[in-house]
Design a protein around this ligand. Structure first.
Ligand code: ADP
Length: 261
């Protein structure tokens, strides 16, 4: 009698062990796929600026160096390529840290109006180059105090404003608005009247390296990580991010923040 019970238990345990192992192997396989895909994407992103830089340097070495004006122009373009590499590496560093949960939030009380104004000051020139007007619709008296990690939220606003300029139309507008959502939450909206995003692409926007128009987006620079970083930061705060968009009409990205007491 005890022997049969033991055998039954043993069989059950062996089966459970096999199931667990299988699961473990599957998880490892998925991770390995993920890692391969990540590395593939990274080298792909780095290739474009690297080849650009190499191209300008080779042309300079080939004789273009003799002409003072061309020399300056090509060196400036090569430098732009280096700048782009630095942005990509910074974004990669950020997304890696966010994904492994290495980033601690430094939550303090700060004025979100001031953060939006900082971002506007930094990107006014970039917007002006495309004849885009940055406007701030603040229905409430400033300041608006919130509780969050100020630096990270500035990064979120930056990424969203930069996108609204990149994918905005020439002569268009980017409008930021802050409103009360509930007693404890505000919602920050970044609205543009640019190219918009098709419905079927909206759910994938926040994936890392995802781009709607591969070629078009690439000529505008960027790492394809901007929105993935935004999502991580907002969800790390236990807040929500939304997107509404219509092709040819424009896009609105919005996120919530905790009001400071
Ligand atoms: P990147 O801009 O570097 O390509 P992001 O993660 O910031 O990467 O954005 C992913 C993609 O989402 C972009 O390539 C673009 O296709 C789309 N996108 C983001 N913001 C907007 C916007 N405001 N209007 C239209 N498309 C957008």
């Amino acid at each position: 009698q005890p022997v049969t019970t033991d055998m039954a238990t043993l069989t059950k345990e062996v089966k459970k062990f096999a199931r667990d192992k299988k699961l473990e192997i599957e998880t490892l396989k998925i991770r390995e796929e993920y890692r391969k895909e990540f590395l593939g994407n990274v080298s792909h992103e780095l290739k474009t600026p690297l080849f650009t830089i190499q191209g300008y340097l080779l042309t300079l070495l080939d004789g273009a160096m003799e002409d003072k004006n061309i020399r300056k122009k090509y060196l400036e373009r090569a430098e732009k390529g280096v700048e782009r590499l630095i942005y990509i590496v910074k974004d990669l560093d950020m997304i890696t840290k966010l994904e492994v949960g290495e980033i601690n939030l430094d939550v303090t009380k700060f004025d979100i109006v001031e953060v939006v104004q900082n971002v506007f000051d930094l990107f006014e020139m970039k917007a002006a180059n495309k004849n885009i007007t940055l406007t701030f619709d603040n229905k409430y008296a400033k300041p608006i105090w919130v509780m969050a990690d100020q630096e990270k939220i500035q990064q979120v606003v930056t990424n969203l404003v930069v996108n609204s300029i990149k994918y905005g139309k020439k002569g268009g507008t980017t409008e930021v608005g802050i409103e009360d959502l509930t007693k404890n939450k505000v919602i920050v909206r970044i609205t543009d009247n640019g190219e918009g995003i098709e419905k079927q692409n909206i759910s994938r926007l926040f994936e890392r390296f995802y781009r709607v128009d591969k070629s078009g987006a690439r000529s505008e620079g960027g790492s394809g990580l901007g929105l993935a970083i935004v999502k991580h930061i907002i969800e790390g705060h236990d807040e929500k991010i939304y997107v509404e968009s219509q092709i040819g009409v424009g896009s609105e990205f919005s996120f919530t923040l905790e009001k400071a007491k």
